[in-house]
Design a protein around this ligand. Structure first.
Ligand code: DTR
Length: 342
């Protein structure tokens, strides 16, 4: 009798266990595909804002089939390891600033030449078209999910810069193509990724920086740099890349959604960046007492004249490496014209 009861209890117990196991949704119900997305700068900066927007859109459009875990602030991959870290699969997706490896992304970095791209939106559309036209070798090992650019770069400094004499010998942090520009103006260019800049400014390693102005607010540089000199010079190209095996393993409908999102994300990020620069400048003036310096027409003429040889030098160097350098520059100018009149 006792034994029979025990057996009955066992059967009921097993049945309950089986039933509940079958009715519990699988552990990965948040998304059957989980992707890790690495980014190098801190969360409030624009590369991370666009990352969260992309994550939101992908999760929404795939109805939860894909979930994206984001890693801002270099917690998964830092600025200089981004491309190789994605190629080797340390992260599934990574966001990189091409200027940090100028020799690696020669073709797309040509958008950083002083060619008169006046906004992040125009820059992003130009870059996306340029990439698709030339399909550069440097991105062959990854799937490119989107590309976008910053707004034009300006000088943010602790002391006022109104003339070439003021910038002479000034230690300014900048990356990539901007190095040649600052050198041409006589500054002492100090190269480092944006992620290292707050500390360098605080410690006095540099007296300012050259970049797009949204960082005055996002990284609170306005608390240290009380002057902005408007030069509206170069934009910086960025790419969001995905590990090729992870991409190939995605279901076709997910691939389609991500492909459609590519140009849309470029456009969204460009617009976000342009609007955010305006907010940042207004905040810097109103809340931080930052002075905005406009160079006089005569002074600006002198500054621009010093930049003219830079594009010619890029053409000569890129040609020597086998790039269709003249056509690339011609295309950038034509695309800039096309998107500027919209
Ligand atoms: N101008 C480049 C890229 C850049 C501009 N804003 C941000 C914010 C966060 C990271 C990178 C950038 C630069 O100076 O590094």
């Amino acid at each position: 009798m006792e034994k029979k009861l025990q057996l009955q209890k066992f059967v009921v117990f097993t049945a309950v266990l089986l039933f509940s196991a079958l009715s519990i949704p699988p552990a990965v119900s948040a998304g059957s595909v989980q992707l890790n997305y690495a980014n190098f700068p801190p969360a409030p900066t624009f590369p991370c804002v666009q990352m969260e927007r992309w994550k939101g859109e992908v999760e929404k459009r795939t109805a939860g089939k894909v979930s994206v875990n984001t890693f801002p602030g270099g917690t998964l991959l830092d600025a200089k390891n981004m491309m190789d870290g994605v190629i080797s699969g340390q992260a599934d997706i990574g966001c990189l600033c091409m200027a940090y490896q100028p020799g690696r992304f020669v073709l797309t970095n040509a958008t950083s030449l002083p060619l008169g791209i006046s906004s992040a939106k125009i820059g992003s559309l130009v870059l996306w078209d340029l990439y698709n036209k030339y399909q550069p070798e440097s991105f062959k090992k990854v799937k490119v999910l989107t590309m976008f650019t910053t707004a034009p770069a300006n000088i943010m400094s602790k002391t006022a810069v109104k003339t070439l004499a003021d910038i002479k010998g000034l230690d300014l942090r900048a990356s990539g193509g901007a190095a040649q520009i600052l050198k041409a103006w006589g500054a002492n260019q100090v190269g480092m990724p944006m992620s290292e800049t707050p500390e360098a400014l605080q410690k006095g390693v540099v007296q300012g920086l050259f970049s797009s102005l949204e960082v005055m607010k996002d990284l609170k540089f306005a608390e240290i740099c009380k002057y902005i000199t408007i030069t509206d010079t170069v934009i910086y190209p960025f790419a969001v890349v995905m590990n090729m095996d992870r991409w190939n393993a995605l279901p076709d409908d997910v691939k389609k959604i991500m492909d459609e999102l590519g140009p849309e994300q470029a456009h969204w990020t460009g617009e976000y960046m342009d609007n955010h620069v305006m907010e940042s400048v207004a905040w810097s003036r109103q809340k931080q007492g930052v002075e905005i310096i406009q160079l006089s027409a005569e002074e600006k003429g002198k500054w621009d004249a010093l930049l003219q040889p830079i594009t010619d030098k890029w053409i000569a160097d890129a040609k020597a490496q086998g790039f269709a350098a003249e056509s690339i520059v011609k295309d950038i100018k034509a695309l800039t014209g096309k998107y500027s009149v919209r």
